[in-house]
Design a protein around this ligand. Structure first.
Ligand code: AMP
Length: 566
């Protein structure tokens, strides 16, 4: 019998265990089940085997069909590509059925999906693969005109990835095709595969944090807690076998897996995977599949919906749950959704590290328009901390949101030094977000009031300023650089680079700076969208670059350009 490699918590793995008392409590309460994630998912799928599980433009699969295909993929991955239980497998796949099959297939085979996004560049994929020790990369051949396959081929040629599996497209020399993997696992049985797995305490999935400095940190999601995260969400949202969910964002992101894919399976609901977030196609899918749940609409998409000539209250009338999250929702947008499209929004706050908050279904607008609600599990604990992270601030005051609970990580993977500052001594994760606790007669709710961490939230895609700055200063003309958020009506924020140049250097602009960063393998969505050349960067009184001063500077420059007197 093959057991999952029991990865002991050591500085080397960076796997910080839940303490024995928490584990015991979480199991006593029934939040944790002592079973692996694929076991929990498969049992749920077996109980609604004939219901429709997944709809894409190419497939309509029942739960039985989806898990049978996933088992073939998982078994084939072991036989054809040599993936062993405990191995990390990189994903660079879009919203297609093959992505769901390979994700579930990896879980059934005891392998650990590494949930990178198709937007990531060769630099991020290479460094992350090295960090988690991944040897295998799954890629989508027809994505972005072959861009992902080209990245995979490049990484394999450099010896940074051993095996590449190409879905939807011709496998290049040295790669294996998705079809070959499926064929190699033709006789696989999901239940038999799950029976071989043990170690519910171990890592099931690697998610990427949107909330730290430098390269995205890796959030190790453990079997029991990740399964519970999805169950708690399905319960909070009231998903059931009749629910029909539409998910239009990159599905491998934690939000896709934890708000849509896994909760849908646990509830026996139907998931319609939208290949893109184009509003007109989303409207078509909503009517065609009688969608009643949109589990995560970023504000940017909500704004595009409001601006779309095709959107009207009648067509959206069947949408029972319209959840906006991932970024601050401007109150005016919530009001316009109500007035123009008859939509009552619910807000959520979520993160790859765990903790989800959600406004209650019956909440009035004071709560649903102005807060992100309350945590979804009775086991969730929240503290609003002072600047030193030591004491809680008074109710109603702004402080750093810190979270602990049955599905919030206790440490990043192999990031010992970072873990010392990101977690309190008693295991609360310091989110780097600013929040306020509101104690009301109807309950306790939280609002998000800003951010301490140096991250730009571009339509929910996170850009870590430090990562981009390190690459900008590799340009021979640049002495120092700072990347800050500039306001954007639709995306919320976009990146603006302030540059100090070497004497006599040719001035850089958005295009030449972008070309430099792309050549270093940076993802396109992280490229600065405005460049300001300055003679010096403003400093704080302790001599650090003052991002606050730069954010104010760019805001007043933009206001002046629009002729607004501030
Ligand atoms: P990720 O790990 O990529 O899901 O990003 C998590 C981060 O997104 C959080 O730490 C917040 O900075 C931000 N975020 C998520 N939901 C919200 C929200 N409703 N309002 C404001 N920021 C949010």
């Amino acid at each position: 019998m093959t057991a999952l490699v029991n990865e002991l918590p050591t500085p080397e793995t960076g796997l910080v265990p839940f303490d024995a008392l928490s584990r015991e409590t979480y199991r006593e309460k029934g939040w944790w089940t002592g079973r692996t994630l694929p076991d929990v998912l498969l049992r749920a799928a077996e109980s609604h085997a004939d219901r429709v599980a997944l709809v894409t433009p190419e497939v309509t699969w029942t739960y039985a069909e989806m898990f049978a295909e996933a088992a073939r993929f998982g078994a084939g991955l072991s036989r054809r590509v040599g993936v062993r239980p405990g191995d990390a497998v990189m994903f660079q796949m879009g919203n297609v059925a093959e992505t769901i099959v390979s994700y579930l297939g990896c879980l059934l085979a005891g392998a650990r999906p590494v949930c990178t996004l198709p937007q990531h560049g060769v630099r991020e994929i290479g460094l992350l693969a090295e960090h988690v020790g991944a040897q295998v990369l799954l890629t989508q051949g027809d994505f972005g005109g072959g861009r992902l396959a080209a990245q995979a081929q490049h990484l394999q040629a450099e010896g940074r990835i051993r095996d590449v599996v190409v879905a939807r497209g011709t496998a290049f020399a040295g790669a294996t095709s998705y079809g070959e993997v499926i064929d190699a696992g033709a006789d696989a049985d999901p239940a038999a595969m799950v029976a071989l797995l043990s170690d519910p305490d171990g890592i099931a999935v690697f998610q990427l944090s949107g909330g730290t400095t430098g390269l995205p940190k890796v959030a190790p999601r453990l079997h029991e807690e990740y399964a519970y995260n999805s169950l708690a969400w399905a319960q909070a949202m009231g998903y059931g076998p009749e629910s029909r969910l539409l998910y239009p964002l990159p599905v491998m992101h934690n939000a896709g897996i934890s708000l849509a894919v896994q909760p849908a399976i646990l509830a026996g609901a139907q998931l319609v995977l939208a290949p893109s977030a184009d509003i007109e196609s989303l409207l078509e899918l909503i009517t065609q599949h009688r969608i009643d749940v949109l589990p995560m609409m970023p504000p940017a998409l909500a704004i595009r919906l409001l601006e779309s000539p095709g959107a009207n209250a009648a067509d959206l009338g069947g949408v029972r749950e319209f959840v906006v999250g991932g970024q601050k929702l401007p109150v005016e947008v919530a009001e316009r959704l109500r007035d123009e499209l008859g939509i009552r929004v619910r807000q959520m706050f979520g993160m790859a590290e765990g903790m989800f908050l959600l406004t209650p279904e019956a909440a009035g607008e004071a709560v649903s328009h102005h807060t992100v609600g309350a945590p979804i599990s009775p086991g969730d604990e929240i503290r609003i901390l002072d600047t030193f992270g030591e004491h809680e601030v008074e109710d109603g005051q702004i402080g750093e949101l810190a979270a602990r609970g049955p599905y919030t990580i206790r440490g990043y993977y192999r990031a010992e030094a970072h873990n010392r500052t990101s977690f309190t001594e008693d295991g609360f994760y310091r989110t780097g977000d600013l929040a306020r606790r509101h104690v009301t007669p109807d309950g306790v709710f939280y609002s998000i009031e800003g951010r301490i961490k140096d991250v730009i939230n571009r339509g929910v895609e996170k850009i870590h300023a430090e990562e981009v700055e390190e690459l900008i200063v590799q340009h021979p003309s640049v002495t120092t650089a700072a990347l800050v958020a500039m306001p954007d009506l639709v995306l919320g924020e976009r990146g603006c680079a302030y540059l100090v140049l070497e004497n006599d250097a040719e001035p850089l602009d958005v295009a030449s700076l972008g070309a430099h960063l792309l050549a270093l393998g940076l993802a396109k969505y992280k490229l600065p969208e405005r460049v300001e050349i300055v003679t010096a960067l403003p400093l704080t009184n302790v001599g650090k670059v003052s991002k606050k001063a730069l954010r104010e500077d760019i805001q007043s420059r933009m206001a002046a350009e629009q002729g607004v007197v501030r």
